[in-house]
Design a protein. Structure first.
Lengths: 132, 172
């Protein structure tokens, strides 16, 4: 003790005597402490109940991704190849006269493009000039 | 885990431990018993492990104090959640139990308990550890997890304040 204080020492000694007289025995408390308590059992049950679905989900995921397991279907399975594919708006490109636009004109020949009798026929001026 | 020799030592310390548990629980006897039992549970299941760095008594007292604080915090949290307040104080706060009408020490003990319960907690704890448990200030500081200097300050202030309160009680 740091400094003696008889007045306080007497008071605390009285408190100590009284509390020790009325205190609980060691054995029952110690034995009760050794037994798993109901709250602990409940806590264990809740923990197990909460962990079980998570463990099951983890096991299922591990089974899915295991080597040699069923391969998930590829997202492009059943889709047409790029050479077969036609866009839905393809018909808009089918305009009159697209056959002419789609091929190169033969050199030295003129064209009559729907002008009737007054249509331009024969070689083009540039062809004439070159041949003379 | 606890060895047989340590169990015997705990049994020897049991009355002092109960006195300390009472102090930590504001002299609520039922709560003190629960705290002491929980401290024993911690010692048995290894949640509190004695590593020999201090005396067994100092270690056990620190475990009891921590357990009492944990239970107090849990009770306050429950009281806050359920908004159950009694007389403006959380349930189980430092209520002074009525002492049994035993002759002799009873009246002194009652007066001391009342005076101690009105002191700041740290001062009350240091005085209990020094006067009741007869620990040195160094050991008391170890139990409370504070510096020796701080424990000494609490001790001197608490002693002066307690003596005044007890004298005032006597003259009343």
């Amino acid at each position: 003790m740091s400094e003696s204080d008889p007045y306080l020492e007497r008071a605390f000694a009285a408190l100590r005597r009284q509390e020790r007289r009325d205190g609980p025995a060691f054995a029952p408390l110690w034995q009760a402490a050794g037994r798993p308590r109901r709250s602990q059992r409940v806590r264990h049950f809740v923990l197990v109940a909460a962990a079980a679905p998570m463990v099951a989900a983890a096991l299922f995921a591990a089974w899915l991704i295991r080597p040699g397991g069923p391969a998930p279907p590829h997202p492009s399975a059943g889709a047409p190849t790029i050479s077969e594919w036609r866009p839905a708006t393809d018909f808009l490109l089918r305009t009159p006269g697209r056959e002419i636009l789609g091929e190169a004109p033969p050199l030295g020949l003129g064209y009559s493009i729907g002008l009737g009798s007054s249509g331009v026929t024969g070689p083009s001026p540039s062809t004439e000039r070159r041949s003379s | 885990m606890i060895e047989r020799s340590q169990e015997q030592r705990l049994e020897e310390l049991h009355p002092a431990s109960f006195g300390w548990a009472l102090q930590c629980c504001g002299w609520d006897r039922q709560e003190a018993e629960d705290v002491l039992q929980e401290a024993y549970v911690k010692a048995l299941d290894g949640r509190a492990r004695f590593d020999g760095r201090s005396s067994l008594k100092t270690w056990l007292f620190a475990v009891i104090r921590r357990t009492a604080a944990e239970r107090r915090r849990a009770r306050w949290a429950r009281a806050l959640l359920s908004l159950r307040w009694r007389d403006g104080r959380p349930e189980g706060s430092r209520a002074v139990a009525t002492p049994e009408a035993l002759a002799g020490d009873a009246e002194t003990a009652r007066g001391l308990r009342e005076a101690l319960s009105r002191l700041p907690v740290r001062q009350s704890e240091v005085l209990h550890l020094v006067f009741y448990q007869e620990l040195t200030l160094e050991q008391a500081a170890q139990v409370l997890g504070i510096s020796v200097g701080s424990a000494r300050t609490h001790y001197h202030r608490g002693k002066t304040s307690l003596r005044e309160r007890l004298r005032r009680e006597e003259t009343r």
